[in-house]
Write a protein of this length. Sequence first.
Length: 498
Amino acid sequence: MAVERDPAEAVGAAVRWLARGSARALTRTLGGAERTRVIVLLSAVLALSSADAATVGAAAMPLRRSLGIGNTDIGLLVTVTSLVAALASLPFGVLADRVRRTRTLGIAIVLWGGAMIWSATAATFDQLLVTRLVLGGVTAAAGPIVASLVGDYFASEERGRIYGYILAGEVVGAGFGFAVTGDIATLSWRAAFVVLALPAFALAWLVFRLPEPARGGRAPLVVPNAKPTVAEPEGDVDQATDAQRLARERGLEPDPVLVQVGDPRRMSLFAATRYILRIRTNVVLILASAGGYFFLAGVQTFGVEFVTRQYGIDQVLGTLVLLVVGAGGVVGVLAGGTLGDLLLRRGHLNGRILVSVVAATAAVGLFVPAILTRHALTALPFITFAALALSAQNPPLDAARLDIMVPLLWGRAEGVRTFLRTLAQALAPVIFGGVSEYVFGGGRSGLQWTFVLMLVPLCASAYFLFRALATYPRDVATAAAATRPTGPSDETLLVGQT
C-alpha cells in the first residue's frame, strides 16, 4: 500500500535536490570546489559593499521622514562613506602588497558588520553620519585586496571571465539592497541595516579560512587538466600575462623609462604612486572608471526614487523594475569578461579594451530614451540593456589593469585607482541630490534632468576608453619587460607573508 507523502516534505525534498544540482553545476562551471569557494567569497565581499550603498538609496524616503532630512543629506551619507573609503584605500593598497591578505580582509569585514549594526542605533542624522565615516574606513579594504587576490589566484588568460563572476556579486548585492533591505526599510530603516550586517560575520569567518596564494601569480588555481603555466628554460616562473606574452611576440617597444621599475617590494607609497600614475593607460582607465562609477553611484542612491516618480509606480513595483535591470547587469558582467578573454586568446591584443569601448558607448545611447520616457514598459528594455552595457565594460577593464602593471604593485595600483575612482563616486550622490533640488527645482522633473545632465561623465568615460586603444599595447609591452621571471630564490618573498 502506497504511503502518501506530506506535500511540505515533498516540496522541501525538491528544493534540496535543486540546490544540490545547482551547486554541482556551479562547481563544474567555475572549475572545481576550491576555485568556486574563492570566487563566491570574493564576489560576496563586493556584494556586501554594494548592498550597503544601495540600501541607503532604497531607504531614502524612510530616512527623510524619520530624521527630517532632504536629498542633499541622503547624498551626503553616501558621500562621506566614499570619501573616507577613498582615503583608506591607499594604506590598504600597501597592506595588500605586504601582509597576509585573507586575514586582513577578514578582520575588515568583522569591523564592517559592527559598523552596520552601529548605524542602526543612530538616533540623529549627525550620529548616522559618524557611523558612515567608520564604515567607509573599513569597506576600503575590499578593492585593493580583492584585485591582488584575483591576480594571484587565477591565471591571466581567464581573469576577465573570473572578474565577471566576482563583479556579478556587486550587481547582485545592489539588487539585494534595493529589493530586500529596501523593502524592509519601508517598515524600519534600522532593521534594514541590521539584516545587512548579520551575514558579514559569517562571511568574515569564511574569508579567514581561505588559503593565502603565492604572490606574483606563481601558483594559480587552475581547472583540472589545464595546460601548465609557461616557464623559462632555466625553470624560472614567467609571471607575464597572456597579453604581455602577445606583446613580446609582436616585438612591441616598451617605454625605456618605465621599464626601470626597480624592486617594487622596496618602493615607498609615494614612489609607487608616482610610478603607477606615469603609466598612461592606467590614468586613462582610472578616468574612464571614475566616470562610469560616478553615474552608477547616483543610480544606486536615487534610482528607486527616480523610477517610482518618473514612471508613476509604487516603491515595491519600482524595486521589481530595478531587479530586472539588475539581471541585465549580471548578464553584462558575465558576457563582458568572457568576450574580452576570447578576443585576447584569438590574438586581439586590444580585445579587452575594445569590449569596454563598445559597451560604454552603447550604455550612453540606451540611457537617453530610458530617462526621457514616462512609461515603465517602454523604458524597461532600454534601461535593462543600458545596465547590461554599463556593467559589461568593468570585467575586461579590471583584467586589463593587471596586464599593464608588474605583479608586486597590484595592490598599491588598485589602491590608487580606488582612491581616485571613489572620490568621483563620493561626489556623485551629493551632486545628484544638490543639482536635483537647487538647480532643477526638485521633484520628478528635477531628478529626470539631473540624470540627463549626469550622462556627460558617462560620455567622457567612453571617450577615455577610446583613447586607451592607442596607449594600451605599449604599456602592456612595458609591463612585460619590467616583469622579470621569478626563480626559487624569490619564493619566500613572493609567498603571502604572515
